[in-house]
Design a protein around this ligand. Structure first.
Ligand SMILES: Cc1cc2nc3c(=O)[nH]c(=O)nc-3n(C[C@H](O)[C@H](O)[C@H](O)COP(=O)(O)O)c2cc1C
Length: 194
């Protein structure tokens, strides 16, 4: 069994949802996984308490959450000594046209923090107009109309491909298991674990 830290930053909760799915997938594979919201203070975490680390963040105004950028920068050396992965949630990953933009955000993040994760996952996010204030809702509807003209902006839309999230998690888990020389006990459901 491997202990995984899944540290994430989120604005309206989509990255938290992705982190929860990652935790569920790792747990079903027989590992121990803990999701931690970097926005909740105090963030008194020791990377060294975990065998492997996944860090996730969403994009708001072209940037990842400052708490994530700061955590990764100050823990860069400890992260470099472990198997790690980064996942990003954004509107740019909602369709193929945004691919270069999404990759650009990651490039900037790697340059700024100096951290080079072993695996990277890019996931489409969600537009939750119902949770935005008046001005944000207006701006985001305009942004969506331009970026995703086929999408109906009259209601909330989730673009996350959950099969992709699970496939990414399985790939990360296989990489970590092989790097740490661990054979995972494979559980298909909670009852098998009892
Ligand atoms: C105010 C605001 C700004 C955003 N800016 C960007 C952006 O610059 N690029 C992008 O690809 N997505 C952008 N998005 C889309 C978010 O990344 C997407 O809604 C994601 O699901 C947010 O995840 P979260 O709820 O975990 O914060 C923005 C969303 C909001 C609400």
């Amino acid at each position: 069994m491997v202990s995984f830290l899944v540290l994430y930053g989120t604005g309206e909760g989509q990255t938290a949802k992705v982190a929860d799915r990652i935790v569920d997938t790792l747990t079903a594979r027989g590992h121990d996984a803990t999701a931690v919201d970097a926005g909740k203070t105090p963030l008194n975490l020791t990377v060294d308490d975990f065998d492997a680390v996944l860090v996730g963040a969403s994009i708001h105004g072209g940037k990842h959450q400052p708490a994530i950028r700061e955590f990764v920068t100050s823990n860069r050396e400890m992260l470099a000594a472990k198997p790690t992965a980064f996942f990003q949630v954004s509107l740019s990953s909602a369709d193929e046209q945004g691919e270069a933009q999404a990759a650009g955000y990651v490039e900037e993040f790697v340059e700024e923090t100096g951290w080079h994760p072993d695996r990277i996952g890019l996931f489409g996010g969600a537009l939750r107009y119902s949770q935005y204030g008046f001005l944000k809702r207006l701006v985001m509807k305009q942004v969506a109309k331009r970026a995703l003209p086929d999408v109906d902006t009259s209601h909330d839309t989730e673009f996350t491909d959950w099969a992709e999230v699970e496939a990414f998690t399985a790939d990360v888990a296989a990489f970590v298991e092989s790097r740490l020389g661990v054979t995972p006990p494979v559980y298909n459901n909670a009852e098998d674990r009892e």
